[in-house]
Design a protein around this ligand. Sequence first.
Ligand code: AGP
Length: 604
Amino acid sequence: MCGIVGYIGKRDAAPLLLEGLQRLEYRGYDSAGVAVAGKSGALRTVKAKGRVRELEDRLPKRFTGTTGIAHTRWATHGAPSDENAHPHLDAEGQVALVHNGIIDNATDLRAKLVADGVEFASETDSEVVAHLIGRSSADTLEAKVREALAVVEGTYGIAVLHAAFPDRIVVARNGSPVVLGIGENEMFVASDVAALVRHTNQVVTLDDGEMATLKAGEYRTYTTEGSRTSAAPTTIEWAAESYDMAGHDTYMHKEICEQPDAVDRVLRGRIDDRFATVHLGGLGIDAREARGVRRVKILGCGSAYHAGQIGAQMIEELARIPADAEPASEFRYRNPVVDPDTLYIAVSQSGETYDTLAAVQELKRKGARVLGVVNVVGSAIARETDGGVYVHAGPEVCVVSTKCFTNTAVAFALLALHLGRVRDLSVADGRRIIEGLRRLPEQIAEILNGEDEIKRLAARYADAKSMMFVGRVRGYPVAREASLKLKEVSYVHAEAYPASELKHGPLALIEPEVPSVAIIPDDELLEKNRATLEEIKARSGRILAVGHRVHEIADDTVVVPRNEPELDPILLGVPLQLLAYHAALALGRDIDKPRNLAKSVTVE
Ligand code: AGP
């Protein structure tokens, strides 16, 4: 899941491309490269292992041209190196290509090309496509690219320059996001609007199997078979500033602190006090269909899956519909029995996660009804599903999801309330949940005001050999998400367990160097959870409790404000985002670009 960006217009391309790469670096940051076409069309390329700033340092003073493409990489085929960085050239250096995705049949194609005497400069799958385009005898660049793509299998978002066609950039999409940016006498292309939002808010999102030719001030789209298409431009919802750090040291801290406003946004205009329910305009199922739902199956990856687990509990509690969540890739490959009375819901921040998108496509192929709970407007999963709920968290740049996780859990509370109120949830309960939802923004702000204390605690626990996160029922998905946050950003090993499972094995791990974080709300399981604290303490384990009151037996307690039991998981997770953040800070980690990860996983 790399980031590609391209520019063609009247301005010098290199500075615009570098700025675009910086904004896409959360998609992959192990190497980068840029190619520009001079007046004659001659291509000049610079590549560098490492961050975009390394590439910037390597650029020669005069690296001019008003047409260019660039790439920031997350290695899949071939380790991070100058050679494996993109753009890749063909043997004559006439073609430059940047690619996001995986070419599944690259090995076969490479073997054929090598047998034909082609010498490869890199170990990547992507370079194959550059050679196929370069060797095409077709008259136009569009035809050369189409010819090459006709033999390619796999996922791609590509942008191509050719020295003989200096007046254009040709791009294509299959499975990886490609967005065109329409400017005044200039055109942009990128994997994500973040790279072009400072220059235009008019964009065209390509569909799978779609290509485009960009020229200075014009573009046209067509299929990989060559028939014209006409996607209407849409307006980007978010201002360019919302992609800035707004005075914070990191995007993670900014996005954690944005949560009160973000939650306010996901609630805005959706609450119906008269009928003690909510309006979800884009849901795509009416009350009768909602009453016909016999089961709910939620699919997602990573934090999206964890938010789905919280959503499943809320739907079962408020709408009394059997519901569960499952990692999308597991669901997809276990050949599931797809049931017509089951409502499937795909959850994704980026809306581009390959495993989740493929599960949606598999379900659609089997005639299932699939809704989406998504953050990025117009993303693939949003367009592929039959309807859904946008979570309006705003741009989430940090690889580690925080505000989008919280907004997704709130979106599920809205969906659960909607399904409950078209079934048997009472007006009184509807009102109770609505009041609880309205209290969330101020309660989150209250938790954030306690950051200094959490920072102090993080310094005490950051040296742990490993950490155990435990919770029961509503607390369990919170424990899973908190352990993922700590792992992702601080690299401290952490496991999450249903508290009741401890005595069935994990209790063996308890020792002073392996502290436990216990999620312990004041609900009907309080006494059960207290027993767990006793169990851990009896083995000299250190305990950090997160709950609604101070627990004397614990070494430390973070007290969060109470809300309705069904909504408490939304609040219980917030201090643990700060714990992971400050633990990573104490350990000197690169917060926004944790090693080995990327923001949206567009490859399998
Ligand atoms: C969360 O912090 C991670 N970045 C990761 O687990 C993420 O949640 C997962 O890759 C799913 O991404 P999505 O929500 O964009 O589909």
